[in-house]
Design a protein around this ligand. Structure first.
Ligand code: NCD
Length: 318
């Protein structure tokens, strides 16, 4: 059973991950119906609290909640990462007083969803915190690979790009290694955190070495908003050395698939044609994101006792 919150893949056991992936299979089936809606979370309220901008993740959580018949409220306070933690917690407490059943939090600072979870009654889902974790992205990536390859155990996963600033890389490293896959990372040396190999991955500044025999090639976005110092000489040089095109993809297995969490800087991390066509599975990742988030929302809130008595139990009229 997964805990009260979903803050990171680091906290999950292999069985928890498997349970979410198995539940997502049923949720994907709902999304294939003509009427893509089930009453599972009717009467529940989900708040999307996004302090940092997002297109696909926010929309994906919103669609996931609505397909389960929950009421979904989007709350995007204008904020800067310099604002005091107190004001963030005040916002969270204010929302909590409205008795939501789940709060989905994204913030540019690592650890904020955890702080919010400490003061809220409702379960909290981390939708990305700084360079720390982005657990639902990793879960949808695991789901997509499982769908494509029929297994996770024993696969070789190459993650290429800005590992240092990537919450997607961190969550995926935890996820894939827990599920028995082997993970290699490749990046220019300043973009490889010194302690990365302690997470059980092999780091390399050679793309060819990292891709050799890989089943999955995952490119990461250059995080220009988090690049405070100078980590790469130029975008063009990065694209020449680490940008994946069909020629470089030949280092990987013949049937390797290509992934990217989006948004793609076309022509930088991936060539234009690889962004659009197989073997890239970018839109499958997006589609699977809805099913995986439905599974997470269901597992966290579906069987949680309601905090407030229903009207017919004397909750409204006295
Ligand atoms: C990622 C994110 O925001 O962490 N995108 C996403 O959730 N789809 C990756 C990124 O922004 O590079």
């Amino acid at each position: 059973m997964i805990g009260n919150d979903l803050l990171g893949i680091e906290d999950l056991e292999r069985e928890d991950i498997q349970r979410i992936l198995d539940t997502a299979v049923h949720m994907a089936e709902v999304s294939e119906r003509e009427v893509k809606k089930v009453p599972t979370l009717r009467g529940r309220t989900i708040v999307n609290l996004f302090f940092e901008s997002s297109t696909r993740t926010r929309a994906s959580f919103e669609i996931a909640g609505k397909r389960l018949s929950a009421d979904v409220v989007n709350f995007s306070p204008a904020t800067s990462s310099l604002k005091k933690a107190e004001s963030i917690l005040d916002t969270a407490r204010t929302l909590d007083a409205m008795d939501p059943d789940c709060v989905v939090v994204r913030h540019a600072v690592a650890g904020v969803p955890k702080r919010i979870a400490e003061v809220l009654d409702a379960p909290v889902v981390n939708a990305g915190d700084g360079a720390h974790e982005h657990p639902t992205q990793a879960l949808l990536d695991l789901f997509t690979v499982q769908q494509e390859k029929g297994r996770l155990d024993g696969l070789s996963i190459a993650i290429v790009g800005d590992i240092l600033h990537s919450r997607v890389a961190r969550s995926n490293i935890y996820g894939f290694t827990k599920m028995g896959a082997e993970v290699r990372v490749a990046a220019p040396p300043p973009m490889i955190p010194p302690s990365i190999e302690s997470l059980g991955v092999k780091a390399s500044s050679s793309l060819r070495e990292a891709l050799d025999g890989a089943d999955v090639v995952m490119a990461l976005r250059i995080q220009s908003e988090r690049l405070a110092g100078s980590y790469i000489p130029s975008i063009r040089e990065y694209a020449n050395t680490f940008g994946i095109d069909r020629a470089k993809l030949a280092y990987a297995k013949d049937d390797a698939i290509v992934m990217h969490p989006g948004p793609v800087n076309r022509g930088v991390e991936l060539s234009h044609d690889l962004t659009d066509d197989r073997p890239s599975v970018i839109l499958d990742q997006v589609r699977n994101g809805v099913a995986v988030r439905m599974a997470v929302l269901y597992l966290l809130t579906g069987r949680r006792p309601r905090a407030v008595a229903a009207p017919d139990e004397g909750g409204l009229v006295t």
